[in-house]
Ligand binder design. Structure first.
Ligand code: SF4
Length: 324
């Protein structure tokens, strides 16, 4: 839960999650859709699937006990070298290094490494450094101390070298290059993108699609959604209608735009136009699973963040412009 966000943002999600799934067996036995519902709003939905899969592996292959060897931890779904190292060193007092944003910056500065640490050579070099400086005892404390040193003292902008306990060992501070290291990446550039979500109501039920497991948002439900390509000048056009038919099996006509949601996902700045639509024909073959849902069902199913905003708006019967 804590990857890519802050403890403060995660706190309430974590408490709610742990209350419902207090042990690995409860998590493994739960339906994925329910687990996803508890994760809803945290983003990066692949993680919750991997967490659920990992709980099943722990129950089936490790007798409900979290594995205690690095290789077995690394083999769990969703666990990479950093996470396995953090778990084994911090939770199990085993001697494994870690490397994450704070320690990458810290080690690069200590070494005076001025190239991009994300490149293969730099990455290998920093892992080697992390391994080499790891003490025989209390590796978990050491790893946590390094992360704290990176986040509190060796900060991305204006590192506090004058109070740094490793100042004397630091090549960057010695050369006065600490503000140029790590090599600046070019910054996040966003691409503008327009999407259209269609709200179709029939007999007080709403048409929803479920994403197949193989795609982003796999398993989550959503309003039928069209991603406009750069050639589409109008929000409502033939491509949108064809896409709607391909996804849902229905033909429709657009009535009006009811709200706009602006949000950012990975490299995209998205303007999501939410439109009300009416069906104009019977259902044919559809690419996605479709289902007509009552307001009660909409309140209970796992949705992506913007679909939840649309649902909240429907539940409040209040349409407006939302900026997130
Ligand atoms: S001396 Fe400065 S640049 Fe070097 S590790 Fe400490 S805070 Fe970072």
């Amino acid at each position: 839960m804590l990857q890519q966000t802050t403890t403060a943002a995660v706190d309430s999600y974590y408490r709610r999650f742990i209350k419902r799934f207090p042990d690995v067996k409860t998590l493994a036995e739960a339906e994925l859709t329910e687990v996803q519902r508890y994760w809803e709003g945290l983003g990066y939905y692949r993680r919750v699937k991997q967490l659920h899969q990992a709980s099943i592996v722990i129950v089936n292959e490790h007798n409900d006990i979290f594995p205690d060897t690095f290789d077995a931890v690394l083999a769990l779904p969703g666990i990479g070298r950093y996470t396995a190292g953090a778990i084994c060193s911090i939770a199990q007092n085993q001697r494994y290094p870690i490397l994450e944003a704070n320690t990458i910056r810290l080690h690069a500065r200590l070494l005076g490494y001025s190239d991009d640490p994300a490149k293969s050579f730099g990455n290998k070099l920093l892992w080697k450094m992390a391994e080499k400086i790891l003490p025989e005892t209390r590796p978990g404390h050491f790893n946590q101390a390094l992360m704290d040193l990176g986040s509190l003292v060796c900060t991305p902008k204006t590192p506090k070298c004058s109070i740094c306990p490793v100042f004397i060992l630091c090549q960057a501070a010695c050369r006065g290059t600490q503000n140029q290291i790590p090599a600046l990446n070019k910054g996040k550039t966003f691409e503008e993108r327009t999407e259209v979500a269609l709200v179709v109501e029939k007999n007080k039920k709403y048409l929803m699609i479920q994403y197949p497991e193989s795609v982003r948002w796999g398993g989550l439900w959503d309003f039928p959604r069209h991603v406009a390509d750069s050639s589409e000048k109008l929000i409502v056009n033939q491509k949108l209608l064809e896409d709607f038919k391909r996804i849902t099996g229905y033909s429709c006509s657009i009535q009006k735009q009811i709200m706009t949601i602006r949000h950012a996902v990975t490299k995209f700045k998205i303007k999501l136009c939410v439109c009300q639509a009416e069906l104009t024909g019977q259902k044919t073959v559809s690419e996605y699973r479709t289902y007509w849902m009552s307001k009660k069902e909409l309140a209970e199913i796992p949705l992506n963040t913007t679909a939840r905003k649309i649902v909240n708006s429907i539940l409040c019967e209040h349409h407006s412009d939302i900026q997130s």
